[in-house]
Design a protein around this ligand. Sequence first.
Ligand code: WTA
Length: 655
Amino acid sequence: MGNETIQSTLTENRLFPPPAAFSRGASIDDGQRLEHLCSEASRDPASFWARHAQEEITWHKPFSSALDRSRAPHFAWFADGELNISFNCLDRHLARRGDKTAIIWHGDRGETRHLSYREIHGEVCRLANAMRARGIQPGDRVVIYLPMVPEAVIAMQACARIGAIHSVVFGGFSAEALRDRIEDAQARLLITADGGHRAGKIIELKRAADRALDHGCASIESVIVLARTGHGVPMKEGRDEWWHAVVAAMPAHCEPTWVGAEHPLFLLYTSGSTGKPKGIQHSTGGYLLGAIVTCKWVFDLTESDVFWCTADVGWVTGHSYVAYGPLALGATEVMYEGTPTYPHGGRFWELCERHGVTIFYTAPTAIRALMKLGDDIPTQFDLSKIRLLGTVGEPINPEAWMWYYIHVGKERCPIVDTWWQTETGSIMVSPVPGVTALKPGSCARPLPGIVAGIVDEAGNDIAAPDQGGYLVIKEPWPSMVRTIWGDDQRFKDTYFRRFGDSLYVTGDSARRDADGYYWIMGRVDDVLNVAGHRLGTMEIESALVAHARVAEAAVVGRPDELTGEAVVAFVVLKGQRPAGDERVALAKELRGWVTEQIGAIARPADIRFSDNLPKTRSGKIMRRLIRAIARGEEITQDTSTLENEAILDQLREKQ
Ligand code: WTA
């Protein structure tokens, strides 16, 4: 993609200084303090991070050096230090606040549970003991496929306690997607549930897991099944055991396994520009540090807060800001099983009122959906305890930002628009709420210690304001991705090849305005962002061509008012292009097929059939052309090289 195509059209000039009442109580309460942190970081980044790692983490064995560049771009942080994350999130709070509520859980059907730090610690220890008893060793992979219940966090923490590497698979992913991830990770144990409740329906997790295991997954030796719905599922003799049965006889004490700071904590699969998802591998020490400092700097999180991050634990946001960060700081957090609009459109605000939420963090797609329901819904609830709002996952359009600011935050709460990725482990670019004046739609500036930049095609800095380019990170940071599981080469090729070993390529384009504020402009690779979820176009294309009747497929995104982007698939069939009813039926079948292969989030909004796809002479699909067609834009490209210009009309045809 050339620079001329990374063009910005947004112009947003409003500026909202931090409300004085917020700044007064904030831990970073004035510009000088922030400036001090930034200059300390730029003088000597490694010592800056080392100081924070010493202050924020309880080490079993202290580290002697901060950053090891010898295997760049596989950077190592605090490598000879030893720690345990579950000890840092649980044990270290027991003496002072063991009985404090750690998790307030709210179920889809309205039921609630309050779990104290001591209770979670006990449950984590029991499950960790049960895993050890089943032979799970440090470094073994455990796949977690659970609904949003406290046991999801407990399972992650239990893995961390014994040095096992967890890989959480989002409960909305299909059996096929689960199988691919289990097989890539070569997991020995699967932790799942009979089902989950979501918007009044049951999500059949165990049945999906059975389908995955029936067609592969030879590495899985045992399956632990949480009884959540109790709706009756088959259990396989010798392989499946109920969670409550396996933990029943286990002691509520479990000595943590002390691991090196670089020991992998988890793998999380995410979409890239090829058909195969990548297992993003994170470390223990550096990752924990990233989660902790960003909870402090960005969310101003303290012990007295009730923090609610609405993300599912199946995404990285649910790792850093549900499973780890808030617990490491001893806060109280809300965890919610259901959706924003069930059983009514005020559900989020009802929960904020009921549980006294002080910090609320969600996705722009949810805000847009709730905004559509009307301004009068949030006003029916008491949101006066909220002091800070946040967003993540995709650019927020200024209109949705203003709605959130006025109708939820009542013009007294700052909004932190946080830019980061599965690969970065924690927030990278964000306002610091007590200090930064906010611009709707901008994620403001890089955090202290994060050296971001915008470069052109050749890797040179773009200094001029408002010129789009590639967003890169120029220095290693503690919570960065360590490798792609089992594929060091792909790791180097994806993130460190384009501009060499020292520039991490984010895959996003961005511009910086005259005040140094960053504006994210979207992906530059073949990755879509649908409702804040990353989807590789190639992944959806591979799913489509796996269907018996599909010869070829090209998938692109088009803007969507609610989900940010929507999936549009252009399909060439083996044999005749269908017409009439057959076309409608086949489009429906293919939508269902993609849902089965990947999950409902990948379901194409439009499917269009054509006799062939527009290609260059070298055989590459002309994606820009297809994208323009999907968006209903005028075609400005030279189409004279097309074999068959008539297909342009076919491609434009809506089903
Ligand atoms: C996009 C989610 C604009 C971006 C934490 C990034 C954003 C991808 C923002 C990562 C934001 C995330 N503004 N775009 N505040 N936050 N993105 O890995 O394209 O699921 O590369 O991590 O989401 O998605 P991922």
